[in-house]
Design a binder for this molecule. Structure first.
Ligand SMILES: NC(=O)c1ccc[n+]([C@@H]2O[C@H](COP(=O)([O-])OP(=O)(O)OC[C@H]3O[C@@H](n4cnc5c(N)ncnc54)[C@H](O)[C@@H]3O)[C@@H](O)[C@H]2O)c1
Ligand SMILES: N[C@@H](CCO)C(=O)O
Length: 782
């Protein structure tokens, strides 16, 4: 049984490298029995259209030039994709076909459709050959043997049995998109973007489980992502809205694509072959997704009024111009929105029954759930008035409204419309990982916080995760009863299951809040980003990972318009990152940061008076929730080293963790082994500390654990964390136990540095800092 149909468009096959990329996607996503539908490579169809035009114009010189261009392009693909031995038969088959085209042209017997069909035939042949060289049993199939039309209508039962008979073996089939045959065996084409239609038709004939349309954008967006940076990629769109968008000219979905899927359970996905790991958009049956908001812009259109429109006539007109036509009725009159380039064809066909009401219109449509339309129309009109955009015609229906304007809607106006019409009333799904010291307090504060944010943003807590178990509730957990829900519903999970569940979430925005201390969990950040999740971290591992990984994550987040907030990873709730960002954004230059950046070490050093053994204080700090899960992460200086690295990266410095010199506040011999074995040797820790404290006292000083980062005049960075003897009475010596202090010297704060001081660890302050990050995120999303 065919499990899946995958369609790759021209942009996915525009070069040898793209063919290789598609082959890799097929290897990763397909199984024997699946079908691949292909369009012509790159701009091949346009070139073949130009070839046809030169033939019609009897321009022999242009004809032979274009034919040579076609040959060179195909030969280049062949030579780049295959070893020499394989190139010869492929090249000679191509040359035979090109000679036959030239011969038919000379005899004036060339026909348009069979000429255009070569684009798809060559793509299918090359891709199948490439897959075979990669040891994947593949066969290319000419769709003219599968799809037959009679008088413009597809012969469904004949086609169905042809598909079942031809595509029955245990191999991968690469089928040509766009083309079919008529009942006499002549080639016919399925129209613009016909390959998408071929793919859904094939899926319906084969009762496939799914169709994936692989294109150059990773899904269906709320508006054109090339024009509006914060366009939202929806993970799910319902078929009715997808259909409407297609009729309104959305560039990703095409009017005919969806029709074969009506009344079927076939899953349709739109994905990017350029970012195959990124979750695309699923077009789901009615009721399986919330209705979303879209602002979709138009190319040049004419508005036509038709006297009497017969049933099926709009479909026939669309068929004629091979393009979607939007039809609506206003005040009892029928209107058509026709792309200007096709108006003359439509007017000719409707001879005498049509009036051109307005021509050369641009504009946009707002698509939204019914109850939202009326207020959105008012808001859109207000934006257009403010921006002095002249509206020539408007139309409102139950699920959409049209604004037809004089001028094209430019990116600035579109961004404002999108902000006002789409960015409002959105939902944010919150996934919380880590329900330990900080996580529990954060959750307990959540009830109040979510209610407070609710007036501006609709937050839903959809998942709670510990290392082994999770509760996942897409419609939202009850924050006040999370403990009961945890008791009754928590289940073990794998990371794959977690990512699958996240990919199914039907929310405009998602955020993963990482309150774990797990390096393994932080390594999932690129996957979360690929699933369009914003990130908030108290966990320091991602911020201190190897620079290349860290930079790749940052780039990935930036490309996907995702935000990452991690203020609590340094100084708990203290606004250190804010201050550093603000100084730099204001044009200041930070040259030195020094101080105490560990709540645990601050508390331990300030509390130690020789009365209680040092190790006893360590256990007390652990009890208070100051330490990392393994307090040796603090005692080793590693936690403070991480914080200094996070600050360094905030300053744009390219450091690795080990570029920061580190001196531990414990004997090196205690670093290995279990926590229990460490406790068994706690005397060694006590002696280690006692000895250093006494040495400091002998100098009239006190022992503290400090860190400093300095950028010298030559731009060289010096960074260190370690044990220091500090003068009694100094700011560091006088720190309240548990406080952090950040002394920041900058160009402007040179003689008298800026000081940020306060609690640097603790459940409440850290949880509060995470709420601050969440609030910041919601503000940015608005
Ligand atoms: N304690 C503080 O004062 C403070 C301050 C700032 C930042 N932080 C950071 O906050 C994080 C949490 O600190 P804590 O004191 O609450 O730690 P904790 O050990 O008490 O809690 C960690 C939680 O994470 C869960 N967890 C571990 N691995 C996981 C995984 N792979 N997936 C999902 N959950 C996982 C554990 O089950 C536990 O519930 C740490 O990264 C810490 O550095 C803590
Ligand atoms: N263990 C850390 C928690 C805050 O990151 C500290 O003591 O500073």
């Amino acid at each position: 049984m065919t499990k899946a149909v995958h369609k790759f468009g021209g942009s996915s096959l525009s070069s040898a490298a793209r063919y290789q990329a598609v082959a890799n996607i097929i290897i990763g996503h397909c199984q024997s029995g699946d079908c691949i539908v292909v369009s012509a490579a790159g701009k091949t169809t346009n070139t073949l259209v130009a070839l046809w035009q030169s033939y019609q114009q009897q321009d022999e010189r242009a004809f032979s030039d274009i034919l040579l261009q076609v040959e060179n392009h195909q030969l280049q693909l062949i030579s780049e994709l295959f070893p020499a031995a394989q190139q010869t038969p492929l090249a000679s088959e191509l040359r035979d076909e090109l000679s036959s085209i030239a011969r038919q042209a000379q005899l004036r017997q060339l026909q348009e459709a069979p000429l255009l069909a070569f684009g798809e035939i060559w793509s299918a042949r090359l891709l199948a050959a490439l897959l075979n060289t990669l040891n994947i049993t593949t066969q290319d199939v000419d769709a003219r043997t599968l799809f037959t039309q009679h008088q413009g209508q597809l012969m469904h039962s004949l086609n169905r049995s042809a598909c079942h008979q031809t595509l029955a073996q245990d191999k991968i089939y690469v089928v040509t998109g766009f083309i079919a045959a008529d009942s006499e065996g002549n080639t016919v084409t399925l129209g613009r973007n016909g390959s998408d239609y071929s793919a859904t038709l094939l899926a319906s004939y084969l009762d496939a489980a799914s169709v994936s349309i692989w294109t150059d954008t990773p899904g269906v967006f709320s508006t054109d992502p090339r024009k509006v940076g914060n366009a939202i990629k929806y993970s799910k769109v319902c078929r009715a809205q997808a259909n409407l968008l297609a009729r309104l000219g959305n560039p990703v979905l095409h009017a005919k694509t969806l029709s074969p899927l009506k009344e079927t359970a076939i899953k349709l996905q739109v994905r990017s072959s350029f970012e195959p790991d990124v979750q695309g958009t699923e077009v789901v049956k009615q009721g399986y997704s919330k209705e979303k908001r879209f602002v979709t812009t138009f190319g040049e259109l004419d508005l036509l009024r038709v006297d009497t429109l017969a049933s099926g006539e709009v479909g026939a007109l669309s068929q004629l111009i091979q393009h979607g036509i939007h039809h609506f009725n206003q005040n009892g009159e029928d209107y058509l929105l026709v792309p200007s380039e096709f108006t003359h064809q439509v007017v000719l066909r409707l001879s005498g029954r049509v009036t051109i009401v307005e021509s050369h219109l641009r504009g946009f449509a707002v698509v939204a759930p019914g109850p939202d339309i009326a207020p959105l129309v008012r808001q859109a009109q207000a934006v257009l008035d403010e921006q002095a955009v002249v509206v020539r015609f408007t139309h409102s229906a139950t699920e959409y409204a049209l604004f037809l304007t004089d001028q094209a809607i430019d990116s600035d106006v579109l961004a404002i419309l999108h902000d006002k019409l789409v960015n409002k009333g959105r939902e944010l799904a919150v996934i919380i990982a880590g329900l330990g010291n900080v996580g529990e307090v954060f959750l307990n504060q959540c009830q109040q916080q979510i209610a407070r944010l609710q007036s501006q943003f609709d937050l839903k807590l959809v998942a709670l995760l510990r290392s082994q178990e999770m509760v996942f509730c897409p419609s939202g957990l009850n924050v006040t009863q999370w403990q009961q829900q945890w008791q009754s519903e928590a289940q073990s999970y794998s990371h794959t299951e977690l990512l699958d569940r996240i990919s199914e979430l039907d929310y405009e925005h998602k955020v993963v809040i990482d309150i774990t201390a797990s390096e393994a969990f932080s390594q999932l950040y690129p996957d979360f980003a690929a699933h369009d999740c914003h990130l908030i971290s108290a966990n320091k591992y991602a911020g201190t990972a190897a620079h290349d990984w860290y930079q790749a994550l940052r780039t990935q987040l930036q490309e996907r318009n995702l935000l990452w907030r991690y203020n609590t990873s340094v100084g708990a709730g203290l606004p250190v990152n804010f201050a550093l960002a603000d100084l730099q954004n204001s044009g200041d230059k930070v040259v030195r940061i020094e101080g105490v950046f560990s709540g645990t070490l601050s508390w331990l050093c300030s509390s130690f008076d020789g009365e209680r053994p040092f190790s006893e204080l360590v256990l007390a700090a652990q009890d208070m929730g100051y330490t990392e899960p393994d307090p040796r992460e603090d005692l080793s200086g590693r936690d403070m080293q991480r914080k200094l690295l996070i600050l360094a990266r905030e300053l744009g410095l390219q450091l690795e963790l080990d570029d920061i010199e580190l001196e531990a506040l414990m004997p090196a011999s205690l670093a290995q082994g279990s926590w229990e074995s460490f406790l068994a040797r706690k005397d060694e820790l006590d002696a280690f500390y006692q000895q250093r404290a006494e040495a400091a006292e002998a100098q009239g000083k006190v022992l503290r654990y400090t860190g400093a980062l300095e950028i010298d005049a030559a731009g060289k960075v010096h960074a260190k964390v370690g044990i220091a003897q500090v003068a009694q009475g100094s700011a560091i010596a006088n720190l309240t136990p548990g406080d952090n202090i950040f002394v920041i010297t900058t160009g402007w704060y040179e003689q008298n540095p800026l000081v940020i001081q306060g609690p640097g660890a603790g459940k409440e302050v850290t949880a509060a800092g995470i709420h601050s990050d969440l609030y910041w995120l919601t503000q940015q999303l608005r």
